[in-house]
Design a binder for this molecule. Sequence first.
Ligand code: ATP
Ligand code: MG
Length: 143
Amino acid sequence: MISKSLDETEKIAQDFLNKLKPKTNGATVVGLHGDLGSGKTAFVKLVAKNLGVSENITSPTFVIMKHYKLSTINYKLLIHIDAYRLDNGNDLTKLGWQDLVSDPSNLIMLEWPEIVSEILPKDYIRVDFKFVDENTREIHVAI
Ligand SMILES: Nc1ncnc2c1ncn2[C@@H]1O[C@H](COP(=O)(O)OP(=O)(O)OP(=O)(O)O)[C@@H](O)[C@H]1O
Ligand SMILES: [Mg+2]
């Protein structure tokens, strides 16, 4: 899909949420692939907004992981991770990844998933972002 504005990206985020189904055996993990500035954090912000998160979502680049309480039927917690500064999956394991990923009430959205690829569940949902020009992004959701 092509998005020419944040409003269009919000529509894509809403559509994505409508298709999302919780798993019974673990967290729903969403891997956001794409270059710097391609819109991964922007997408998480719009997903969070549409899940009713009223807090300001800021990039977890420096803190690695942020948690937002949800009061939706399917998910209790949105976990936003930026793996950019990590070396590999072991760094996430040290941050309690096993517990987070085994809880079906968690929605985990992870930027730079390729850095921690070895610990991602095989069935993680992949979203790809591509910078086209200043206001245009190509977004591909594999759901
Ligand atoms: N159509 C669009 N959809 C999404 N974001 C857009 C769009 N047009 C412009 N932008 C802007 O692009 C920027 C994307 O930045 P963002 O922080 O989301 O990138 P990122 O992929 O998370 O990068 P990083 O890897 O550095 O974390 C935002 O400032 C956003 O407002
Ligand atoms: Mg980001």
